[in-house]
Design a protein around this ligand. Structure first.
Ligand code: CA
Length: 397
């Protein structure tokens, strides 16, 4: 029996009217329909579609599951009651099963990829695990840990609990390489340390080997695409150019969206700030936008400049995805970003240089927005911490 109930309680609603929204966008904006596709999930974190109509879902403490095209639900990989039990998998604090991605050649390879913490290393690490999904979606096999050495915060410190700041989004780019976002683990030196994988965006092939063209600075781990990040949880690629964009939340200020360039430095460096009181040497929460900036252009004049910041505040910026397809009307090509504490989705209009020129909040129920994924149909799927997956379609039912 499927564990979840398919709900068809579609609701038509109109977009919220923001004072910042240009009138042209309002006039051409499509009507939206929201449908609750799944509910009762336990902290869903990410989702992905396969070409043949299955929906893969991660839940932080349950692992990886699938809703098959026929609507049945199967737990594929997790700590208990799964088709494959992974005794090394665990969840702790913010961490657990995070990103999921489907291989660009899935029909041939049947590969899916999962970001998760593991006790196979000591201390535990985060890792990217590759699995082969059975044709009927009832099991997985041939586990291969393709990136096993992503730092994990394994002990609490003066800053906070274990499991914090693991990053964890996985997406294949239009270049067919796998991009992996990681976090700073509340470790002061990690984001700028080019020999370790925390506080980075990685770019690897399907075996976890460094992608061509990463332009990692000399002496760095060649899997590193960009560095100097805090805790990146949004990752997507701009239609047309293919440029990667990331979303990351600030400490108590300055959520950021940033367009990435190979070898770039995001400018986060929570170490050695003598003017601040830094517990355990980590200055990340000690200052403000001037003394502990998300992008420190004093220390790193060439740092990647953000496309958009949240006006000096942090509302837990998390996932992001571009809206593609003519059905989105005036919103085609806009970047949808989700907020956790801020409990909303906004659409950013970016100019040719990637700089946001306006932002439009969507009129959705207020929940913690954890994943934003564009379905093959062009509909926007949203996973919330409250346990639901919604489909938001730019049309009336
Ligand atoms: Ca930055």
């Amino acid at each position: 029996m499927p564990r979840h109930t398919l709900l068809v309680l579609a609701t038509v609603f109109v977009l919220a009217v923001s004072g910042a929204v240009p009138s042209a966008s309002r006039d051409d904006a499509p009507p939206l329909t929201r449908t609750v596709v799944l509910d009762g999930l336990d902290a869903p974190w990410d989702l992905a579609f396969t070409p043949d109509g299955a929906l893969l879902v991660t839940e932080k403490c349950r692992g990886l599951s699938v809703r098959r095209a026929d609507g049945t639900w199967h737990v594929l990989f997790g700590p208990t009651r799964a088709a494959v039990t992974a005794s090394d998998f665990f969840c702790e604090g913010q961490s657990g099963a995070h990103g999921v991605a489907v291989d660009p050649e899935f029909a041939r390879t049947r590969f899916v990829y999962l970001y998760m913490p593991s006790t196979l290393a000591s201390p535990p690490t985060n890792r990217v695990v590759r699995l082969v999904v059975a044709p009927d979606y009832t099991a997985v096999s041939a586990r291969t840990d393709i990136v096993p050495d992503i730092p994990f915060k394994h002990a609490a410190n003066a800053i906070g609990e274990a499991g914090a700041h693991s990053g964890g989004r996985l997406r294949f780019g239009p270049d067919s390489f796998l991009y992996v976002t990681t976090g700073d683990n509340h470790q002061p030196t990690l984001p700028q340390d080019l020999t370790r994988l925390g506080g980075k965006v990685l770019r690897v092939d399907r075996d976890g080997q460094p992608a061509l063209g990463n332009q990692t600075p000399a002496g760095g781990d060649p899997r590193i695409y960009t560095y100097g990040h805090r805790n990146v949880q949004g990752l997507t690629f701009r239609p047309g150019t293919g440029q990667p964009f990331v979303a990351e939340h600030g400490p108590n200020h300055t959520d950021e969206v940033t367009a990435l360039v190979a070898g770039g430095n995001g400018g986060w460096d929570p170490q050695q700030r003598p003017s601040l009181r830094c517990p355990d040497g980590y200055c990340g929460y000690a200052g403000d936008a001037r003394t502990m900036p998300m992008t420190d252009t004093t220390r790193f004049p060439a740092a990647l400049r953000p496309s958009w910041t949240n006006a000096g505040t942090s509302e837990g910026l998390g996932p992001c995805t571009f809206l593609t397809g003519a059905q989105w009307g005036a919103w085609e090509g806009h970047l949808a970003v989700g907020f956790l504490a801020g409990q909303r989705v906004e659409l950013l209009d970016l100019d040719a240089a990637g700089i946001a020129t306006s932002h439009t909040p969507l009129d959705l129920p207020r929940q913690r927005m954890r994943a934003l994924v564009l379905a093959p149909t062009g509909d926007l799927y949203i996973a919330t911490d409250e346990g639901a997956i919604w489909r938001v379609a730019p049309r009336v039912p």
